[in-house]
Design a protein around this ligand. Structure first.
Ligand code: NAP
Length: 287
């Protein structure tokens, strides 16, 4: 297959490029190569390239910035998705778009499946949900994949080249003590595992909405504790409450996703979160 990856130098795009190119022809597209919010750019680049699959990892997903610049967020997450859907439908390409656990409000307090009602709380979540709907309504060959708490060896470009692991390592080096919330629950997930499971999925015709996160759940504090213990960081780490920090944007306090649709088709390949994290840290942070 010929696979176009949009956002190829981002956190998820880097792993998708590496994993997919082991068995397929990959065309890596950075932001300077394509602007998803511009239909002419999408048409020109993807029309000339003629891939079998378009994988979009691009998004406006700096959550506070989406709140202060809602028109930019809608343009990229909403209109950008519509542009990709229209051109993919017109030219017969499969389309992968990644979405987020932030489409939920967290009140269920049990893992969310793909059939659960959404209730996004922020401009980011609302615009990503709009993108999901536009893709599922304007394109037939779609894989909309919700991910959560992601980290990769190339940190997130939209978050100033950081992710939670980078932030914890930096905090341990520069602060006398570190406090992390233990009442916000998620499932940390490495981008490499998402790339691997995405590849298995796009080799099928099982077009659908999917949740794709590691198995299990944890708090940000326990996520941090595993990082500190594995990397032997000695700075004192303490649990805190979300109430201890100012609320800049509303976020779900519980956003665990159940990979129900992957399980239904026998394609859930996601590992348990803690083992995946320890492996990632040993591979990328050990001398
Ligand atoms: N990070 C998380 O914790 C998290 C959690 C849940 C879901 N997600 C979703 O996961 C996906 C991937 O996230 P990530 O962390 O890999 O992101 P990332 O590191 O910020 O990478 C995004 C890539 O897309 C490019 N891009 C941004 N806007 C674009 C546009 N308008 N047109 C074309 N390219 C554009 C960026 O280029 P420039 O940087 O040069 O602009 C960058 O290469 C996103 O859909 C995000 O919503 C992320």
């Amino acid at each position: 297959m010929k696979i176009a990856i949009i956002g190829a130098n981002g956190q998820l795009g880097t792993d998708c490029s590496e994993v997919f190119s082991q068995n397929h022809e990959v065309v890596a597209l950075n932001h300077s190569d394509i602007e998803i919010a511009d239909i002419d750019s999408v048409k020109k680049v993807l029309g000339e390239m003629k891939p079998d699959v378009v994988v979009c990892t691009a998004a406006a997903h700096n959550v506070p910035k989406c709140e202060s610049e809602p028109n930019v967020a809608f343009k990229i997450n909403g209109i950008g998705s519509l542009n990709l859907a229209k051109i993919s439908a017109e030219l017969g390409y499969k389309l992968v778009q990644y979405s987020t656990d932030y489409v939920f409000d967290g009140s269920k307090m049990k893992p969310y499946t793909e059939t659960d009602a959404v209730f996004p709380q922020s401009v980011y979540g609302i615009t990503k949900y709009a993108g999901e709907q536009l893709i599922m309504n304007y394109c037939e060959k779609f894989f909309v994949i919700r991910v959560s708490g992601i980290y990769g060896k190339v940190p997130c470009r939209a978050k100033n080249n950081t992710n939670f692991i980078v932030n914890m390592v930096n905090a341990a080096k520069t602060k006398p003590e570190v406090r992390v919330v233990n009442d916000e629950i998620l499932t940390p997930t490495p981008t490499r595992e998402i790339a691997k499971n995405t590849l298995s999925l796009i080799e099928t015709d099982a077009y659908n909405l999917y949740h794709m996160t590691c198995e299990g759940e944890t708090s940000w504090y326990d996520f941090a504790k595993t990082i500190f213990e594995t990397l032997d960081l000695k700075t004192p780490l303490f649990p805190a409450s979300v109430k201890d920090f100012p609320i800049v944007v509303k976020r779900p306090f519980y956003s665990v996703l159940e990979n129900a649709n992957l399980k239904k088709i026998g394609l859930n390949q996601m590992p348990e979160w803690r083992g995946a994290l320890v492996s990632f840290l040993k591979e990328n942070y050990y001398p």
